[in-house]
Each structure stands twice: as structure tokens, then as C-alpha cells.
Design a protein around this ligand. Structure first.
Ligand code: FAD
Ligand code: FES
Ligand code: MG
Length: 279
């Protein structure tokens, strides 16, 4: 069992948990993730290790409520436990001193980009961070990202915070202003695709973190199959980070949607059961 030691609601639909998991905390590196199961009836879901508290032996998970399992997870509180937590999984980010790096996080993807920007800053890079979300309330981890960034640019779709517009517009402004050696983007698939197109236009290397459906997380089930540079890869063991310019985005985006009817049915059954249980 893995105890939740701290829990906080970051926004209406986003939650921040710290979990007691000393063995994972000791090994985790930026870019890696865990697979968790709430209880014996629950499905397995992957979440990025957003941070580590090495002293306390805790890992931080930040998630958005999007369906049945994340809704059930959001009901847990400090002191509750998860049945399983497996990790760290996946290949870590290649953290080195590249010079100037541009880091783009969108929505809950900000949680996944945070350990990467922190690692890159600690490795001596000049870090320019761009955080984007629909509205001000959804720009999570602002102060923590600022702490490890030489410059922090915020964009919102509605202009309620920072610049009104898309992260790709902020990318263009930075690229026009100064040389950038490498970049990372994590967020919705469509955002990562357009960040890749923007970076490619300027011959800027870009890495993205793919989030296909994962089940076992060990390369056995094939659920997380993606096409990278024309070859089949499994995001759980070969990724989740890949070069953006090598991703077959159309296939990736269409595979992400393949179980939507089942996911919606499962969420609505869960919500009905909650109403019956709690009135
Ligand atoms: P469902 O209604 O079951 O599904 C909603 C959508 O979530 C689906 O359309 C699909 O796109 C995705 N999804 C569903 N099941 C899975 C699954 N088993 N594996 C992957 N995606 C799934 N989300 C966060 O909020 N924070 C994170 O830090 C984070 N890190 C991730 C890291 C990796 C490597 C991957 C692959 C995914 C990550 N996700 C993260 C996405 C998260 O796993 C899904 O949002 C979650 O599984 C949804 O479960 P659900 O039952 O609530 O929703
Ligand atoms: Fe099964 Fe990657 S999750 S192969
Ligand atoms: Mg689900």
C-alpha cells in the first residue's frame, strides 16, 4: 500500500498528491512515470512523476480529472492509500547542458514538464519556459516553474493571464529574438504537434512526451504502440519522450480517441453509482 501524505486541489479539476514511495523516489529521474491502481477492482493508469522529495521518500503526482479512474482518485485524501504504484517507468529525459533551452507546457502537461525544466536548470542551461492554458486558473505550478526558469512566459486562450494566444506564438517570439539550442513540449497532442511544426520551421530540435493508452507499462501488451520515424515503438519502454519531428501525429491522435465511447460509458456508470451511494 502507498499512503497519500499530502493532497491539494490545484484548480477545479486538477489535484496534487504526494505519495510515500521511498524506493521509487530514490530512483526516479525527470521524464519518468508510474502506473497506479487504486484498489483491486481498479484499472491501471500512468501518471508522470512531477517531483520527488528525496528526504521524505515521497513522489508527487499531479492529475486532471478526465474520466472514471481520475475521478475516483480525486476523492482520496491525505491518509488514504493506493493499492499499487509501479515505477519509475520509461526512459528518462537526457539532461545535459545544451546552452539555451525552451520548455513548453500546456494544461496538465505543465506538471510533466516541471521535472524536466528543473533538471535542465540544475544542469546549467539557460531555461526559457512557456506555460499555456485555457484560462488563468489552469496555469498550474507557476511559482515553482519560475524558480527554475531564467524567463517565464505565460499564455492563455482568453487573455486572463499573460499573453492572449497560443504557446506557439510565444515560441515564435523567443526564436525570433535569440538562438535556442533545444526544446521540449508537453501538453495536449494537438499542442505538441503544432509546437513540433513551429520548431521544425526553425530547425530547432524538439522533444515531446507521448501519452498513449498504457496498460502494463512493460512493453508486453502493445497498447502504447506509436510510430516513430516509420518504426513501431512502445511509448512505455522506448519513450514516453521522442523527437517531435519523428512522431506520426495523425496516427497517434486517432489512436488516442479509439476507446472514447467505452470511456464515456464507464464515467457515466461511475457517476450514477456515486449518486445512488451518496444521494
Ligand atoms: P478515461 O475516461 O478512461 O479516459 C480519458 C482519456 O484518458 C482517454 O481518451 C485516453 O486519452 C486517456 N487514457 C485512458 N486510459 C488511459 C491509460 N490506461 N493510459 C493512458 N491514457 C489513458 N494525466 C495527468 O493528469 N497527469 C499526468 O501526470 C499524466 N501523465 C501521464 C504519463 C504518461 C506516460 C501517460 C501515458 C499518460 C499520462 N497521463 C497523465 C494521462 C492519464 O493517464 C489519463 O488521463 C488517465 O489514464 C485517464 O483515466 P480515466 O479513467 O480517468 O479516464
Ligand atoms: Fe503495454 Fe506499453 S503499456 S506495451
Ligand atoms: Mg479509464
Amino acid at each position: 500500500m502507498f499512503k497519500i501524505t499530502r493532497s491539494e486541489e490545484l484548480s477545479q479539476n486538477e489535484f496534487d498528491f504526494w505519495i510515500d514511495a521511498p524506493r521509487i523516489a530514490k530512483k526516479a529521474k525527470p521524464g519518468q512515470f508510474v502506473i497506479l491502481r487504486i484498489d483491486e477492482k481498479g484499472e491501471r493508469i500512468p501518471l508522470t512523476i512531477a517531483d520527488v522529495d528525496a528526504e521524505k521518500g515521497e513522489v508527487r503526482l499531479i492529475f486532471q480529472v478526465i474520466g472514471k479512474t481520475t475521478a475516483a482518485l480525486s476523492k482520496l485524501k491525505k491518509g488514504d492509500s493506493l493499492l499499487d504504484l509501479t515505477g519509475p517507468l520509461g526512459m528518462p529525459t537526457e539532461i545535459e547542458n545544451y546552452g539555451t533551452v525552451m520548455i513548453v507546457g500546456g494544461g496538465v502537461g505543465i506538471a510533466a514538464i516541471f521535472p524536466i525544466l528543473k533538471g535542465l536548470k540544475q544542469a546549467g542551461n539557460r531555461v526559457i519556459t512557456i506555460l499555456g492554458a485555457k484560462t488563468a486558473e489552469l496555469v498550474i505550478l507557476q511559482e515553482e516553474c519560475r524558480q527554475y526558469s531564467d524567463e517565464l512566459i505565460i499564455t492563455t486562450d482568453d487573455g486572463s493571464l499573460g499573453m492572449k494566444g497560443l504557446v506557439t506564438e510565444a515560441m515564435e517570439q523567443v526564436i525570433a529574438r535569440e538562438p535556442v539550442n533545444c526544446s521540449w513540449a508537453i501538453g495536449p497532442s494537438i499542442m505538441m504537434k503544432f509546437c513540433t511544426l513551429t520548431a521544425e520551421k526553425h530547425q530547432l530540435p524538439i522533444y515531446v512526451s507521448l501519452n498513449p493508452i498504457m496498460i502494463d507499462g512493460t512493453g508486453m501488451c502493445g497498447g502504447c504502440r506509436v510510430t516513430i520515424d516509420g518504426s513501431i515503438k512502445f511509448a512505455c519502454v522506448d519513450g514516453p519522450e521522442f523527437k517531435g519531428s519523428e512522431v506520426n501525429w495523425d496516427e497517434f491522435i486517432s489512436r488516442m480517441r479509439q476507446y472514447q465511447p467505452e470511456e464515456q460509458a464507464s464515467l457515466s456508470d461511475y457517476q450514477k453509482a456515486q449518486v445512488n451511494q451518496h444521494g
